[in-house]
Design a binder for this molecule. Structure first.
Ligand SMILES: Nc1nc2c(ncn2[C@@H]2O[C@H](COP(=O)(O)OP(=O)(O)OP(=O)(O)O)[C@@H](O)[C@H]2O)c(=O)[nH]1
Ligand SMILES: [Mg+2]
Length: 302
């Protein structure tokens, strides 16, 4: 199968080709660059980030929200799983059930592992989201690993970041709060059927107010009864979405950072210590960097 077929398949919204292209993107650098090179300007989606600590109900919320959004546009979902081997089995089972439920609404869902990538997103989240966008999605919902500080990079990819919390998180909530408070465009307290849920809303409201974020809404949801989902959907639909080219700019910066890291790492590992051990470290480091910067690499030569 060639890149032409895959690109045409993506643009036609062919789910089999979309799945195929995502596997290629995750595993084959040349294919990744070729596919993105052909599709990067296609489509225009609203990217909705869903993040928060483990178990607060992110997947449940997405399972409820996606069919509601599907009434007004095509929806795709990207779920980023933690790399941890411990959670593997159960998460997979949940995903399969969710996938089956959502396919009735013509919603495409894909999971990707964040492997050992530092942030809460996978290394290729941007590329996968791009494929979903080029395939005609109007909404792309991204669930990130709820790992507190480390998934702050969702805000770099989503147009709107929804932070999900739940009552009874206890001390954990304090730990994640400082980081998550910075990135949320809306805060959801899920599991409003539980006691202490109103306390949780009050607590979050006060924390936001103290950080001059009085204009950011805190909405309570009951995901068993769908109570208040209409407010949530309205907020998402009324949100002022960014120009999609803003996302390109961030991706370019990310590519540069990754390439710099990779190229310099390779170079550093190959330095012969005999060549540098007697040098002034500051001088030697700059000299080496100048050498690397003058080299040619990658895309432009292909
Ligand atoms: N009582 C109650 N339980 C809920 C509600 N929403 C979700 N749950 C339950 O909470 C548990 C965790 O829900 P998930 O949707 O898997 O949570 P998650 O945030 O996606 O979890 P991770 O992806 O593992 O971080 C499940 O057993 C849900 O059925 C709610 O509104 N009320
Ligand atoms: Mg989940």
């Amino acid at each position: 199968m060639n890149i032409n077929d895959i690109v045409n398949g993506i643009l036609a919204g062919d789910k089999r080709m979309i799945a195929r292209s995502i596997s290629l993107i995750e595993n084959d650098e040349n294919a990744r660059e070729a596919i993105i090179g052909r599709i990067y300007s296609h489509g225009s989606a609203k990217i909705i980030g869903i993040t928060g600590p483990p178990g607060v109900g992110k997947s449940t919320i997405i399972g409820n929200l996606a069919p509601m959004l599907a009434k007004t546009g095509k929806v795709s979902i990207l779920a980023v799983d933690p790399a941890s081997p411990f959670s593997g089995g159960s998460i997979l089972g949940n995903r399969i059930r969710m996938q089956e439920a959502l396919s009735r609404y013509n919603i495409y869902m894909r999971s990707t592992s964040n492997r050992l990538y530092e942030g809460g997103l996978s290394e290729y989240s941007w590329d996968i989201i791009k494929v979903m966008e080029a395939s005609g999605s109007d909404y792309i919902i991204v669930e990130t690993v709820g790992s507190g500080q480390s998934d702050l990079d969702i805000m770099n990819i989503a147009d709107i970041t929804c932070v999900i919390l739940a009552p009874g998180l206890g001390d954990e909530i304090q730990a994640v709060k400082s980081g998550l408070m910075e990135i949320g465009n809306i805060f959801i307290v899920n599991k409003m059927d539980r006691e202490d849920s109103y306390m949780a809303i009050k607590d979050i409201r006060e924390t936001l107010n103290m950080s001059n974020k009085a204009d950011i809404p805190v909405i309570g949801l009951n995901s068993l009864t769908l109570e208040n989902y209409d407010r949530f959907v309205k907020y998402i639909n009324d949100w002022k979405y960014q120009n999609k080219y803003r996302r390109n700019e961030r991706k370019i910066k990310q590519i540069i950072m990754e390439k710099i890291y990779r190229i310099y790492s390779e170079y550093i590992n190959n330095i012969d210590s005999a060549d540098i051990e007697n040098e002034n470290p500051y001088y030697a480091a700059e000299k080496i960097m100048k050498n690397v910067a003058g080299q040619k690499f990658g895309y432009l030569e292909k």
